[in-house]
Ligand binder design. Sequence first.
Ligand code: FAD
Length: 384
Amino acid sequence: MSDMDILVCGGGVTGAAFSLALAECGLQVSVVSDILPGKRSSTGRVYALSPASQRFLARLGVWSQLEKGRCEPIRAMHVFGDEQQSMISFLAQEYGVGELGWIVSEEDIQGALDMALDRSHILRVHGRVCSLNLMKRSVRAHFEDESSFETRLLVGADGGRSFVRNYAGFESQFKTYGHMAVTFNLKASIPHSGLARQWFEGGRVLALLPLPDNHLSAVWSMPKCEADSFLALSQNNQVDMIEKASFGVAGSLEAVTVACAFPLNLLSVPSPAMERVALIGDAAHVVHPLAGQGANLGLQDAEVLADVIICRGRHDPGERFLLNQYFRRRARVVRHMQKVTDGLQLLFSRRDPFSRWIRNYGLKRVDHVLWIKKRIMQLAMQGE
Ligand SMILES: Cc1cc2nc3c(=O)[nH]c(=O)nc-3n(C[C@H](O)[C@H](O)[C@H](O)COP(=O)(O)OP(=O)(O)OC[C@H]3O[C@@H](n4cnc5c(N)ncnc54)[C@H](O)[C@@H]3O)c2cc1C
């Protein structure tokens, strides 16, 4: 007899949202996290949430927390090539919506999910899973303090370096871009008016994303050696560099957080489900953040896996047959997003004149073709 029905390893955004989605389904669900709620160190990182993620968060009852001044709607987006005149613009009105998405800080979304978990019946366990016994009808997860739990389904929501993925022996393909994303929050002197901007120049991608109170989040991806040099600069010099790279469009900038840096990788798991174990979020796929889709993919994994479990009929939640339904519903979208972000990274990182010409010409042309722009937006905004 198992101690519980579902054990979720990892209480980040994906694991917390998945657990909450199962709060009312009558199963015994626990979420184990190696970080105590409220004790996460701030990374200054923000997420661009898609309308599909917003709908899921609303269904979980956490969107109302974020709506109250904690997130900023994206009303328009401008994407520039290496030349200022090569630009593609997206306007929410063109797609008949009020906003293209929302920018929210990792801290705020995690805080809202943690609060909702506190109000739910989900059992929260503090600890680190350090070994597993995979059996036919259950999985026993062992913790560093030598306690253990037996569960009918183990869900690995433990991030890009997933212990569950590695220990359970899921096949995976990993590629490092050799780039880092430097993140930095700033106050701008010119109102951003809900405009998100992104500059692609050979090798570097800078995004300035709108936040409440006329703050901006800068996410600057660049080769690792350049990121190391950037991080070694004084804060004033870092801000100067961002002002120059963004052509002064936001006016004078003032730092409100210190810069943090994240390594950028691509990770694919051909089949994120096996008997008794499923992977969701970054444990199942890691993508380049240039399209701001990693957390969105994870939230949609969480929603789909939870739906499959809720609609399981008389099946045991850890049955492979059921977990394969989750895999089949997610495979195409995840693969597609990985191809798109990897392809864009490749095209925009090349510094040779031909690639430069192709991307700048492409941006200018696409800006005049509404159906292609609509297709791009559909991809960014879609759920399944
Ligand atoms: C610079 C940057 C910008 C980004 N911008 C965006 C964006 O705009 N939009 C977007 O959608 N995505 C974005 N992403 C991607 C996004 O950050 C990730 O996809 C998302 O954080 C993944 O969440 P997760 O919950 O799956 O994993 P994680 O956030 O890694 O959480 C995993 C959790 O599991 C815990 N854990 C790990 N191992 C164990 C263990 N053995 N036992 C117990 N607990 C464990 C960890 O402590 C952690 O809390 C960005 C990424 C980067 C690097």
